[in-house]
Design a protein around this ligand. Structure first.
Ligand SMILES: Nc1ncnc2c1ncn2[C@@H]1O[C@H](COP(=O)(O)OP(=O)(O)OP(=O)(O)O)[C@@H](O)[C@H]1O
Ligand SMILES: [Mg+2]
Length: 262
């Protein structure tokens, strides 16, 4: 059931097949990968492709279990139970996507434990319900292992409830397709930008926390395609967002000028 309106996603391996197997086998899926590598796009693409409604929750450390499951709200003098996004997906079927799941506190992540093992149930203490997840319910979580520190990691008992997939930056050929498609940049300019990105990525680790993302490349391509000079576009999209350190930025600009001249 391929939905033609599915957001564009360029596969880099067999991740679409893996996602479909996971969905049909009712296994929760954990996506790992650096910022801007396509995790969110992948999930919206697969939701549309499988014809599933998508509930996305951006996790943070103030997120409570009730934010996920629901709460009683005052409505015209009455208290009415209102489902949270997780409960909605369990009740009606569909995909629940917990973005940056490591940001959620451990007492919050345990809410999904009975949902992510073979029980596939969600107990709602407040309403006394025990919801059984329908066949078309799937839980997907994602995080960036790069800036994870000791306090922000998933408990093994949470991690080991998911099958996991690492997404990295796409290989040059796929990234070129993505860049052309997302920015409208002609092939020749896009190729030069991809080569540059890979040169900049080699500098990662020395002074940079993360290499330039596919997202930033698309931004850069859009600026260039809109008519902004290449060096200015590169500074705004590929240098400033990556570092506040002047020496690091100068180093990046040097590589860029050496590639594009100027
Ligand atoms: N495989 C891909 N197919 C199509 N577009 C892609 C792909 N990978 C990256 N992109 C492009 O990169 C942009 C950023 O991707 P996305 O927002 O999915 O990243 P992310 O991994 O969710 O990042 P974050 O961890 O910061 O949320 C997308 O809007 C899209 O333009
Ligand atoms: Mg995302």
């Amino acid at each position: 059931m391929l939905d033609v309106a599915a957001p564009y996603y360029e596969p880099v391996g067999h991740e679409c097949e893996l996602f479909e197997y996971a969905f049909h086998q009712k296994l929760p899926l954990l996506l790992k990968g650096p910022t801007g590598c396509g995790k969110t796009r992948f999930v919206s693409h697969m939701a549309a492709r499988l014809g599933l409604p998508l509930q996305t929750v951006a996790c943070h450390d103030d997120l409570t279990a009730s934010d996920l499951t629901g709460r009683f709200l005052l409505q015209g003098g009455e208290t009415v139970w209102t489902d949270g996004p997780l409960t909605r997906a369990v009740r009606n079927g569909g995909l629940c996507y917990l973005d940056e799941v490591v940001e959620a506190r451990k007492d919050v992540t345990v809410v999904m434990h009975p949902l992510t093992d073979d029980r596939r149930v969600l107990p709602l203490d407040r309403t006394g319900e025990l919801l059984e997840a329908p066949d078309d319910f799937m839980l997907v979580a994602s995080y960036n292992p790069g800036y994870q520190h000791v306090l922000k990691s998933l408990k093994p008992s949470t991690r080991q409830r998911f099958i996991a997939l690492e997404l990295g930056f796409p290989p040059p050929e796929q990234e070129l397709k993505i860049l052309i498609r997302e920015s409208g940049l002609p092939r020749e300019k896009a190729t030069a930008l991809i080569n540059l990105a890979n040169r900049l990525r080699e500098l990662k680790g020395q002074d940079l926390e993360e290499g330039v993302s596919t997202r930033l490349l698309v931004y850069c391509g859009r600026l260039i395609q809109a008519g902004m000079p290449i060096l200015q576009s590169a500074r705004a999209a590929l240098v400033e967002p990556l570092s506040d350190d002047e020496d690091v930025r100068d180093g990046l600009m040097e590589t860029i000028s050496a590639t594009f001249g100027g």
